[in-house]
Each structure stands twice: as C-alpha cells, then as structure tokens.
Design a protein around this ligand. Structure first.
Ligand code: ZN
Length: 455
C-alpha cells in the first residue's frame, strides 16, 4: 500500500511512461509488418492490371466488387458482406476527337469528354472558339460574342500553391460548371483546360454538372500542353475552328455494392471504426492512385491487425465505397444504413489523396476532437508524420458527420498527385510500394492508438 503521495505520483508517472513505451513498441510492430509485406501492393497490381479502371456501372467495377470481397473472405475476417447501392451509369462511348483547323492548320488536341458530358451526336460539332479564363470574362463577352461558339476555359491551376489541392480547388469550377455557364450565352460546347498545375499531354477527366434550366452542351478536357497550343494558335492564326466529336451518354442507374469486411472488437464490438477508400473510379488509366491504393490500404490495415495479433477493442471495418466520383451514393448509403441499424460509430478514416510518402492527417471534427487526436502525434513523428491538423475528412465519409465523430484523411505529400489524377497516367507503375506500405502503417497506427487510448 502506497501511502506517501510523492511515491504514488512516481508510480503513476512510471506506469504512464511504461504504457507509452509499450504503445510505441506496438506501433513499431505495425510498421515492421507493413514494411515487410508485399500483399497490399500485389493486390493493387491485380486490381489495376487484371481488372483495370472501374467506372460506375462498368463490368470492371462489378469484377472489383467480387475481387475485394474474395480478398477479405480469404483473410478469414469476422464478417464480410456487400451493401447494395443504386449507382449512376454514364458511358464515354467512342474515342473522342478534338481537331483544330484553319486554312493552313490541322492539328489534333489531346482530349477526352468530361465525366457526365452529353455527346455531340455522331456527326460532331464544328465551331469557332473563344478563350476565357473566368466566368466574369464570359459574362462580359455576353451572348453576342459567345452565341454559336465553343468556349475554351483556360484558367491555369496556380503552381505557386504549396498544397496542389488548393490549386485544383481554385480552377475546378471551370470543369464542374463551365458547360452550363457557357450555355447560358448560347455556346455549343466547352473545352476545359485540365486542372493539373503541371504540363503534360494527358487530358484529365472528372465530374461536370448540368444546370437543367439551360441546354446541356458537350464538355471536353484538354491536356495542359494542348490547352497552351490552342491558346497560342488563337492569338496568332486567323479563322480557327475546332471540330469535336464524342458519343458519351447517360444510361439508367444500375446496382453496385459497398464491399465491407470487419475485424470484431474485443471489448466494444458494437463501436465501429471505419477505414475506407473508393472502389469506383474514372475510366482513364487504371485508377491506381485514385483510389485503388486507398482500398488496398484499408484491407491491409485489417491484415496488419490480424497478422500481428493486435486485437482492437472496437470493431474495425474496411469499406470499399461505391460511386465517389459521380454522385457519392456509396458514402450516402453507408451512413444511411449505419443510422437505420442504430450503429455506434467511433471515428472514420479514409485514404483518397493518392500514394506518396504520408506526412500528416487532417481531421474534420470539433476543436476538441482535433486537439485530442493531435496529442498522439509524437507516436507517429518518428515515421515522418509531422502534422495532425483540422481539415477535410474525405468525400466518402461526409455523411458520417451526422454521428458527430471525427472524420480523418491521411495526407500524403501531394506534389505529384495531379500528374495522375483522373488521367490515363494513373497506372499501377506510378505507385511506389514503400510509400504505400508507409500509408497502411500510418493508418493502422493511428487506429491502434485512438482505439487503445480514446480521444
Ligand atoms: Zn478519389
């Protein structure tokens, strides 16, 4: 019996630092397991090479649902199941054409239809082009200038942003709303400079949305190099016109499934920790970074816990979400079912910013949540994680905010992410195995420490 308060405090101090020490050793064990394992990377290789990109409504997405379900079944998790979701179905159609012509020029531009675009009709559209770099400029030109033309949105993603997501965020309006905005002034189609800050020959697709009160016109992405070429031509050559053709179309909604695997908690099995990525993707490339890797990391987290014998107190649930890219119906369905089933959710984490060395976690939640989670940063600092800050918690997790829980995103260094994002360049060979191992380990470690110590 310790009666002396000083001795009692000393014992408490040493037992607290012993616990810290033990937790650090467990985290080291998690990293060791992840850094030695080739499982997640080889799963990603199968997903990218054998199955390929996974557009909502495509056969490849169905194959990927079966594949990831089988992966988790073979791991002998406690529960593996599918959650039915109604998902959109848009098809790209024939390889698109975008050709500049004038009396003495004929040049093809690197292009693709934006996700959700209507088609030009099989004959295509030929029209003069007018370049703008803002909606204000479009408005100033007005109907007299725009009517009957193809509008070319060419605002450059600002390369001076340190965080490339900020550069992307500033110009995304061109891609998302450009078509309807131009249509108000009588434009017949739009060409949109790809949203990547770099210079390359890849057109980067992505969702665009129509305002149903104006005519729906076709929308194309141009690679940044092609956008520069077109801009230069418009300044120098006379009588420039552009021919475009695409046969994209919307079909009726179809059925998809969120793929879910669980490792039951030892102490609080009813409390759920979600770790996710989205299984759907755009159809260009192999969707390795966006977001095949995020899905394989989520499964890898469960494998690490299982293999190392680290029993979580709460249930860890890996979720491959459907339809992040178009309508986010998978994320919505997941939260809706969680509500209907009266589930208790503890926190959720997603990996959907590509694969590069992880540098931090962004936490969407109350200031108290952020401060409480930030306390665990010293455990992760030795592995290169240098921040845990208030921020965005991931697209698929947004509807879980109804549970008032922290929504967390792993943040890799994003300097190169937009070299791949939504483009034919997003292929398996662009993913570095070690960086992916670090990501899986960082997520597993954060889950371990938050589950063990609470927040
Ligand atoms: Zn994504």
């Amino acid at each position: 019996m310790l009666k002396h308060p000083f001795l009692f405090a000393l014992v408490l101090f040493f037992s607290a630092s012993q616990a810290q020490n033990d937790d650090s050793l467990v985290i080291r064990k998690i990293y060791n397991e992840s850094l030695r394992s080739h499982v997640a990377y080889s799963n990603l290789e199968h997903l990218c090479i054998k199955i390929g990109s996974r557009l909502s409504g495509s056969q490849q997405l169905t194959d990927a649902i079966q594949y990831t379900k089988q992966l988790m079944t073979d791991m002998k998790l406690d529960t593996v199941y599918l959650q039915e979701v109604k998902i959109p179905h848009w098809i790209r159609g024939d390889k698109e054409i975008c050709r500049v012509t004038s009396t003495d020029i004929s040049m093809n531009l690197d292009n693709c239809a934006l996700g959700g675009s209507v088609g030009t009709g099989v004959k295509g559209i030929t029209a003069n082009v007018i370049e703008v770099s803002s909606f204000d400029q479009l408005k100033a030109l007005g109907k007299t200038v725009i009517n009957g033309k193809i509008v070319f949105f060419n605002q450059v993603a600002d390369p001076t942003h340190i965080n490339t997501f900020e550069a992307y965020g500033e110009v995304a309006y061109q891609r998302v709303h450009g078509a309807s905005e131009a249509s108000k002034y009588g434009a017949v189609a739009v060409l949109v400079r790809s949203l990547n800050p770099g210079h390359d020959d890849y057109p980067h697709t992505g969702i665009m949305a129509y305002d149903k009160s104006v005519a729906m016109i076709p929308a194309f992405a141009l690679s940044t190099n092609s956008a520069d070429k077109l801009s230069k031509l418009l300044k120098t050559a006379k009588d420039i016109s552009v021919y475009i053709r695409n046969t994209s179309e919307w079909r009726t909604d179809t059925t998809g499934f969120n793929v879910i695997g669980e490792l039951k908690g030892s102490k609080f099995p009813d409390e759920i920790i979600t770790v996710g990525g989205h299984l759907d993707s755009w159809d260009e490339g192999q969707a390795a970074h966006d977001d095949g890797a995020g899905c394989m990391e989520a499964i890898e987290v469960l494998r690490i816990f299982k293999t190392t014998g680290i029993r979580p107190q709460r249930t860890i649930r890996a979720v491959m979400f459907m339809d992040e890219e178009i309508h986010q119906s998978g994320g919505r369905k997941y939260a809706e079912m969680a509500g209907k089933n009266n589930e208790k959710h503890y926190f959720a984490v997603e990996s959907d910013e590509g694969v590069a060395i992880p540098v931090g976690f962004s936490v969407q939640g109350s200031d108290l949540h952020v401060a409480a989670i930030k306390k665990f940063l010293p455990y992760l600092r030795p592995y290169g994680i240098y921040f845990i800050e208030k921020g965005y918690g991931g697209v698929d997790l947004q509807e879980l905010s109804a549970f008032k829980i922290p929504l967390i995103s792993i943040v890799p260094d994003n300097s190169r992410y937009f070299d791949y994002h939504h483009s034919p360049n997003d292929t398996f060979d662009k993913v570095n195995e070690r960086e992916m191992q670090f990501a899986s380990a960082a997520i597993a470690s954060l889950i371990y420490i938050l589950d063990k110590s609470g927040y």
